[in-house]
Ligand binder design. Sequence first.
Ligand SMILES: [Zn+2]
Length: 468
Amino acid sequence: MKRSFVLLPLLVLWGWSLSGQQERRTAREELDKAFDTYREKSITQRQFTHADIEPLIRKREGNGLFEVSKLGASVEGRAIYQLQSGGGKTKVMLWSQMHGNESTATMALFDIFNFLEGRNDGFDDLRNALNEHLTLYFIPMLNPDGAERFRRRNSYDFDLNRDAVRAAAPESVILGEARSRVLPEFGFNLHDQNIYYNVSGTATPATISVLAPAYNREREINAVRKKAMQVIVAMDELLQLYIPGGVGKYDDTFEPRAFGDNFQKWGTSTILIESGGYPDDPEKQYIRKLNFAVILHALESIASGAYEKYDTDDYFRIPDNDSKLTDLLIRNVDVIGRNGEHFKTDINIRSGEERPRITDLGDLSVFYGYKELDASGYTWMPGKVYEKTFQSVRDINPEEAMSLLKKGYAAIRVKNTEGREKTNLPLLVLEEKGNLSEGLYIGRPGYFFLAREGKPVYAITDGEIVKL
Ligand SMILES: [Zn+2]
């Protein structure tokens, strides 16, 4: 049912009934402007803690827009808050970061709080529509203990997303009780997935993945799940303007212990958003903006009822997620084996937390890399360790390191290894007695050369391809 509160300019701005590429593009430009204005400037990278966000929540107590309440505390005693806004009939609950290292949507929620507090910027019609038709319940950072260590699990080492039914952890109790108290019609379950998810059959990262979780093993579609699917189609339409072909649909196998599946089962139309990877966005700041835009768009669509025009068939047309990406993929390398035999391999490198490592070898033709190189005609060369030992990484500058690289050195040794993880030297930094093995195997640091006629032509170093 379409409601009549909407003014014509807003229709054009958000591009529904009059829709068409042009209007949707306008919507995107307006959202981009809003993001620039309202981005929470105290959060600039994806690793932050409860102490960083608590003042941003507390300062909103009694500000007239948000009703802030403490829902309870984590295992280690960190307060978990709910921010409620609007006075509309349709209740929508949004919770983020039940996995402590999945912070992208948390950043976007604070941007949205700032946005909701704005005025006289051309968005007042939208704000009024949201306030009038929706009551929003935000629960940012459901797992602050995990966030403290930037890891997935809570302080019991539980995956909270497998604790929806047993509810043994206080964080799970908080979310479950919030749901039974509010009985939201819609729910947004906000997560991050690893950056190696791609859109099935393509090299495009699944920068955003979506799911209307199943509520039973048969994966049936009832009225509750159908509405979640319709909202997702509306979201996909906007996202295609930002990341054409970059939206994947998550696997809908029923997980009886997960929150999304149970919210759906308990009668809340639940939408899962998973923030994945995007090229050259390690801190996920662009993906944060996508979250800001798509969550606002979804809320608007719920407030106006516009989502109801969408077909569930279009939900199933969203391509599936796959997991075939790697950071660096080098194809068709010639390797000289132990007995002098030649063989061909592809080399898969992932950057990981500490340093890049080789994670797969063999025929990797079905995989894709954020960066790729066809090394046909080049031979694998392990690289030497520089003979002189440095006191620390501060005793060698990037220019000197580059000249060692050009001479076929892939690694140096230092007496004091402090700070070696943070160096931007194009060399592997080993400890005093460390060595770089000659062999090519899974787990080996991803630092080596590709040679032609015995001379290094490319250095593979620190996750980059360097032409020498
Ligand atoms: Zn997650």
